[in-house]
Design a protein around this ligand. Structure first.
Ligand code: NAD
Ligand code: DAU
Length: 345
C-alpha cells in the first residue's frame, strides 16, 4: 500500500490492445488502485486507446522502454509500487518472421529487466502475460488441449521469444524467490486491436469491400477469447495466483479462420467473393486449444462473454469508431503523443 492509501502497480504495454483494456477495466473496478503504465509507444502503442483516462489521477503514463532497468527501478521506488504486470511485447507472429530482433530485445530483454527490478525491490507479485503459442501446435484431428504440463515447443520467432521469457520468469522464481506467476492465454479479440491481427484486419477490409487475405487453406484453428475476460484473469492471477505457477486462460471456443471470416462477412452483409486465399504463413501453427480448468479452479475465474455476442459488439465498435480506424490506417495516431504527454526517461 502506498503512503497515499492507494495500492500501486506498474504495468507495461498499457497503450496496446490488451494493456489499454486492462488499465481501463481495472481503474473502473478497483477503487483503490493506482496504475503506473509504462509503454514505449511502438507502432502498436496508441495513446488514443487511453483517451478516457486523461483526467484520472490514478493513471500515470510513462513513455519508456521496459529494458531501461534503472528507470523501471526508480519508478517503482518513486511510486511505492507493490507489484508488476508485464503485458508489453512485440506481439505479431508475421513481424517476427520478418525480423526477430525487436522480439528478443523487448520480449526477453524487457522481461529480464522487470524481473530484476522485482527481485531487487522484493516486490509482492510479478505477473508475466504469456501466450498459448509457447506450447506449439496441436493436431487438427485430435481433441487434445494445451495444459500447464504440455511441454514448451515454440515454432515461431515470436513464440520462441515468449517461451524464453517464461523460462527467465521460472528461473527468477526458483533462484531469487521472485513471487512470479505466468498466464498463458489463447487468441484475444475485442475493441482497439491493431488491424494487423486476423479479426480487426478482416472487419476493416470487409467494411471497405477490400479482399480478405486468408493464409493457406483457412482451416487453422484458434481458441478465441474476449479481451475483457482475459484481463479479468490477469488481475485474478495478480491477486490470487500462487508464485511459481502457470495458469492457462481460454474460453473453449475453437474456430477455423475461415469460420471467423465467414461470420464477419455475414454480420457485415458482404459477399464471400471478397475472400482471397494467399500464400501460407511459414511454419504456420495448425491448431491451438486451451484447457483453462486450473485457472477456473484456483483463481475463481470464468469467461463471461459468449463469442457470437463478443464478435458482434467488436464489429460494432469498429463501425462506431471510424476516427480511431482512420488514424491507425493513416499513421496519424502516432501524433497523439506529442499533443498529450511529456516524455519521462
Ligand atoms: P500489442 O502489440 O497490441 O501491444 C503491445 C504494447 O507493448 C504496445 O503498446 C507497445 O507500444 C508496447 N511495447 C512494445 N515494446 C515495448 C517495450 N520495449 N517497452 C515498453 N512497451 C513496449 O499486443 P497485445 O495483443 O495487446 O498483447 C499484449 C501481451 O499479451 C503480449 O505480451 C502478448 O504476447 C500477450 N498475448 C496476446 C494475445 C493476443 O491474442 N493478442 C494472446 C495471448 C497473450
Ligand atoms: O494464441 C495467442 C496469440 O494469438 C498471441 O500470443 C499473439 O500475440 C497474437 O498475435 C495471436 O497470434 P496468431 O498468429 O494466432 O494471430 P493472428 O491474428 O496473426 O492470426 C490468427 C490466424 O489467422 C492465424 O492462423 C493466421 C491467420 N491469418 C492472419 C492474418 C493476419 C490469416 O489467415 N490472414 C491474415 O491476414
Amino acid at each position: 500500500m502506498s503512503s497515499n492509501g492507494n495500492k500501486t502497480i506498474l504495468i507495461s504495454g498499457g497503450a496496446g490492445f490488451i494493456g489499454s483494456t486492462f488499465v481501463m477495466q481495472m481503474l473502473a473496478t478497483q477503487s483503490n488502485l493506482r496504475i503506473i503504465n509504462v509503454d514505449a509507444l511502438t507502432y502498436a502503442g496508441n495513446l488514443e486507446n487511453l483517451q478516457s483516462l486523461e483526467q484520472d489521477e490514478r493513471h500515470i503514463f510513462v513513455h519508456a522502454e521496459i529494458q531501461n532497468t534503472e528507470l523501471m527501478d526508480s519508478l517503482c521506488r518513486q511510486y511505492e509500487v507493490e507489484g508488476i504486470i508485464n503485458i508489453a511485447a512485440e506481439s505479431h507472429v508475421d513481424r517476427s518472421i520478418h525480423d526477430a530482433s525487436p522480439f528478443i530485445e523487448t520480449n526477453i530483454g524487457g522481461t529480464v529487466s522487470l524481473l530484476t527490478v522485482a527481485r531487487n525491490l522484493k516486490l509482492k507479485k510479478y505477473v508475466q502475460v504469456s501466450t498459448d503459442e509457447v506450447y506449439g501446435s496441436l493436431d487438427l484431428n485430435s481433441d487434445e488441449l494445451f495444459t500447464e504440463e504440455t511441454p514448451l515447443a515454440p515454432n515461431s520467432p515470436y513464440s520462441a521469444s515468449k517461451a524464453s521469457a517464461d523460462m527467465f520468469v521460472r528461473a527468477f522464481h526458483h533462484t531469487h524467490d521472485v513471487p512470479a506467476v505466468i498466464t498463458r492465454c489463447s487468441n484475444n479479440y475485442g475493441p482497439r486491436q491493431f488491424p494487423e491481427k486476423l479479426i480487426p484486419l478482416m472487419i476493416l477490409n470487409a467494411k471497405e469491400s477490400r479482399s480478405l487475405p486468408v493464409y493457406g487453406d483457412g482451416m487453422n484453428v484458434r481458441d478465441w477469447i474476449h479481451v475483457e475476460d482475459h484481463c479479468d484473469a490477469i488481475w485474478r492471477a495478480y491477486e490470487y495466483g500462487k508464485p511459481g505457477e502457470v495458469y492457462n486462460i481460454g474460453s473453449d471456443n475453437e474456430c477455423s479462420n475461415l469460420h471467423i471470416v465467414h461470420s464477419i462477412l455475414s454480420i457485415l452483409g458482404k459477399s464471400t467473393d471478397l475472400i482471397q486465399y494467399v500464400t501460407d504463413r511459414p511454419g504456420h501453427d495448425r491448431r491451438y486449444a486451451i484447457d483453462a480448468s486450473k485457472a477456473k479452479r484456483e483463481l475463481g475465474w470464468a469467461p463471461r462473454i459468449p463469442f457470437e455476442q463478443g464478435l458482434q459488439s467488436t464489429i460494432e465498435w469498429y463501425l462506431e469508431h471510424p476516427e480511431w480506424c482512420e488514424h491507425i490506417l493513416s499513421g496519424q495516431y502516432r501524433d497523439y503523443y506529442s499533443q498529450q504527454y511529456h516524455r519521462e526517461r
